[in-house]
Design a protein. Structure first.
Ligand SMILES: *Cc1c(COP(=O)(O)O)cnc(C)c1O
Length: 388
């Protein structure tokens, strides 16, 4: 193992104002899931995204769970979800006693394939005898999904859409922020995301009733009575005032963080531009990705093997990289769920790698990563794999 300092995939990057908000929370003794930073953070998030209503929550997962509850998802229902994602996108479907139905990706954005989505809806109608109760569309690695097409299909069948923009805050299509296309959207502020509150999330919508309902459920569903009275099952899902303070500071630097992440992507892309076996995703016209993580696809024979060679070479130099998300339809825990598959997500999983992408990486750190990759690619070439 190298004794060089560790380079992380994506680490927290605080700005100048977070500490002031946290200090203020201490000084005013709002050290709880109640307090002025929470409302302010909700207002500021709503303004940034151009959406009517926001509930600040303890995690992105909690936001997805509450989205499904306000949409009435319950036992016996089916909910369609992108297969190429992190398990947190679909675990809440199971929390509700419903069944996930997975839909594979298209090649360009790596996100849900709209054609396959419509096939899945029609097939579920034929096989299960009813329409899916909701659709969860994920914008993976910050890249916008084909959300306009997906919304049109969802509308045709009157199925509500939850946009999982956990990785995509700051991304947009023609200026409209991701998370605001669907009936509900969610963001995550977990430690490795583009901005963080240490742990946190948000549920957003233009539907005020849904967001008010989500806040009510997130604070143990307490009825309006002086004693503790409950007519519904509640959750402890609210964000703390301290974490909301961190979030307010992070929101102030979000656009800088997006720019830095896009610069990291630009660095890798130009550094590896001569290597035809390393492929990057490009943004369709009008699409703007926050480039949360830079992902590469190895396009050569034995790409899975060489992806591992590359990953291990980086690890030896104390550099963290990671295979792309393993599709949900290939996860042991979801093996019995219906899935509509075209092989795209599986291919991405087999031959893709996430590179260190933090907004706080220095030029010399990026060069360290690039050198290891360039050297490994030469080794790979020596093993008679074609690179030009
Ligand atoms: C991080 C993430 C989540 C979950 O967010 P948490 O805040 O970690 O609960 C959901 N979906 C995707 C795609 C994510 O990357």
């Amino acid at each position: 193992m190298s004794n060089m300092q560790k380079i992380w995939l994506s680490s927290p990057h605080m700005g100048e104002h977070e500490m002031k908000f946290v200090q203020d929370a201490f000084e005013t003794n709002w050290i709880s899931p109640v307090g002025p930073h929470i409302q302010a953070f909700e207002r500021e998030l709503a303004a940034y995204n151009g959406i009517g209503h926001v509930a600040a929550l303890g995690s992105g997962t909690a936001a997805i769970h509450l989205a499904l509850i306000v949409l009435g998802v319950s036992r016996g229902d089916e909910v369609i979800c992108s297969s190429f994602t992190f398990s947190a996108s679909c675990n809440p479907i199971v929390y509700q006693g419903a069944t996930p139905v997975f839909v594979d990706s298209e090649e360009e954005t790596w996100n849900m394939d709209p054609v396959l989505l419509e096939n899945a809806i029609n097939d579920r109608l034929a096989v299960a005898g009813k329409l899916p109760k909701a659709i969860i569309v994920v914008h993976l690695y910050g890249m916008p999904a084909r959300i306009t097409e997906i919304m049109a299909i969802a509308k045709k069948y009157s199925i509500p859409v939850v946009e999982d923009a956990a990785e995509a805050i700051g991304s947009n299509i023609e200026g409209k922020k991701l998370g605001t296309f669907g009936d509900l959207g969610i963001f995550s502020f977990n430690g490795n995301k583009i901005i963080t509150t240490s742990g946190g999330g948000a549920l957003v919508s233009d539907n005020r009733e849904w967001i008010e309902k989500a806040r009510f459920l997130a604070t143990q569903a307490r009825d309006a009575a002086p004693h503790y009275q409950h007519s519904e099952i509640g959750y402890n899902y609210r964000l703390s005032n301290i974490c909301a303070g961190i979030g307010r500071g992070q929101l102030m630097v979000l656009d800088d963080r997006v720019k830095s992440r896009r610069d990291v992507f630009g660095f890798y892309k130009s550094t590896f531009s001569k290597m035809s076996s390393i492929r990057f995703t490009s943004e369709p016209k009008g699409y703007f990705s926050n480039r949360w993580l830079t992902t590469i696809l190895l396009e050569c024979p034995d790409s899975q093997l060489f992806r591992e060679i590359l990953r291990l070479a980086l690890e030896r130099e104390n550099i963290e990289s990671r295979p792309l998300w393993k599709p949900m339809h290939l996860q042991p825990v979801f093996k019995d769920c219906p899935a509509y598959v075209n092989g795209v997500a599986e291919k991405l999983f087999n031959s893709g790698l996430c590179l260190p992408s933090g907004s706080n990486l220095t030029v010399s750190e990026l060069q360290r990563v690039a050198e290891v990759i360039l050297a490994s690619m030469v080794t790979i070439a020596d093993k008679s794999i074609s690179i030009e």
